[in-house]
Design a protein around this ligand. Structure first.
Ligand SMILES: NC(=O)c1ccc[n+]([C@@H]2O[C@H](COP(=O)([O-])OP(=O)(O)OC[C@H]3O[C@@H](n4cnc5c(N)ncnc54)[C@H](O)[C@@H]3O)[C@@H](O)[C@H]2O)c1
Length: 376
């Protein structure tokens, strides 16, 4: 097994390319494991500006040039979701390991194609969000399996869009690193609150309850134009969506991805059963205990293995850094991750099939599954 530093290529120097990848991976504490080999972005001057600021060896305007760079062993896709399929496929075909920021792809078939190509080449894939890396969620899963709620009746998760992206500090300035246009978040393919935000809670929900078996849905576009930086942009991605999921044995869940209004904590489903409720990280109103819960200040991200007791715990998007380091560790040390492509593909299938259910009025049967997350 190689122990050299893994050469990282960052694809997209926008909000998460900067805040989730470059700002973390340029720090001294990880230089024995990673080397920032290259960054690419098609916006003129952005990749070079990012390379200068975060000490990246090479800057490119296009992905193919980055993929041709032998110093790049693995890529982190920090580009819009609708590009992940073609870019992920190109990356594995170029022999690179891939970390997909959420959401892995737009369709399950796209994910399968990339997974098959990666497997044929012995390449590793890690797909965010690694919700089941968190000790809190692993403990919740064990508690549910041990019957803490008795028989589970239903669960709810989801998120509301609001105007979060428009206000990120990478979008409110005037230079090439701070004027990043968020309008792709409102367009098909890959836009909308479900692919963008509900995906966190769906990873946790399925991590806790296992793979869903069927989905039905209502969905549509409520807001047809949004403003950023004084300009109006069209919105054609659904922004008001309700999925109902069937986990089998009459266990159901509701997932929302809406333009306003949430009923559960972000990324953290509420689960109900005959003996009460898990709401966020509380069981019947009492905070649950999990390894490290006495020292995480209520934020389990601080306990992630590459984050705990490091400077990364104080930084934005530490969970994205963790997911990247899961890939780095897997490639360098052969330690697999719970942030698997299989789990991400299952969530992608729910979303894809959910939208199809809304369009057709027909409940859709789900076919993908994933291995249970490891650890407790
Ligand atoms: N912004 C967040 O809070 C956040 C958090 C976690 C994960 N993510 C995920 O990170 C990814 C990127 O989101 P973002 O918010 O950083 O988007 P963004 O719009 O801020 O940045 C995307 C960047 O990709 C660049 N780009 C466009 N086409 C490209 C191409 N063909 N090749 C390379 N780069 C290209 C754009 O120029 C832009 O700089 C998405 O998958 C998103 O879901 C975002």
């Amino acid at each position: 097994m190689s122990v050299k530093q893994l050469g990282i290529g960052v694809v997209g120097a926008g909000s998460i390319g900067i805040r989730g990848a470059l700002a973390h991976l340029c720090l001294p504490d990880v230089q024995d494991k990673v080397r920032l080999a290259a960054v690419c972005d098609p916006v003129p001057g952005r990749a070079q500006a990012a390379a200068d600021k975060y000490t990246v060896a090479r800057a490119y305007d296009d992905l193919n040039a980055l993929l041709s760079d032998d110093a790049v062993d693995a890529v982190i896709l920090c580009s819009p979701i609708g590009l992940h399929y073609e870019q992920g496929l190109a990356a594995v075909r170029a022999g690179k390991h891939v970390h997909f920021n959420k959401t892995m792809t737009v369709t399950a078939g796209e994910a399968t194609e990339i997974m098959d190509e990666a497997e044929a080449r012995g390449l590793k894939l890690v797909a965010s969000p690694g919700q089941m890396l968190r000790p809190s969620n692993l403990r919740l899963r064990k508690m549910l399996q041990d019957g803490v709620l008795g028989r589970v009746s239903w669960a709810v998760t989801g998120a509301a869009f609001g105007s979060y992206h428009e206000k990120e500090n990478t979008r409110t300035g005037s230079d090439v690193l701070t004027n990043v246009n968020p309008s792709w978040y409102w367009r098909k393919p890959g836009g909308g609150p479900v692919y963008d935000m509900s995906v966190y809670g769906m990873h946790t929900l399925t991590g806790l309850l296992g793979a869903a078996k069927r989905v039905s849905a209502m969905s549509g576009v409520a807001i047809h134009e949004r403003e950023w930086n004084g300009q109006m942009f069209p919105c054609d991605a659904d922004d008001n969506t309700l999925f109902t999921l069937d986990f089998g044995d009459n266990v159901f869940a509701l997932v929302h991805g809406t333009f306003a209004g949430s009923v559960s904590q972000f990324g953290q489903p509420s689960v109900f059963g005959e003996r009460g409720a898990i709401v966020g990280l509380n069981l019947n109103g009492e905070r649950i205990a999990y390894p490290g819960s006495d020292r995480d200040n209520g934020n389990p991200i601080r306990l992630l293995p590459h984050v705990v007791d490091t400077i990364h715990a104080e930084m934005e998007e530490a969970h994205v850094f963790e997911d990247t380091m899961q890939l780095v560790r897997w490639v360098r040390e052969g330690i697999p991750s719970n942030a698997t492509a299989e789990h991400a593909r299952h969530v992608v299938e729910i979303i894809e099939a959910g939208y199809r259910a809304a369009q057709t009025g027909q409940t859709q049967t789900l076919v993908t599954t994933f291995d249970a997350p490891k650890g407790e």
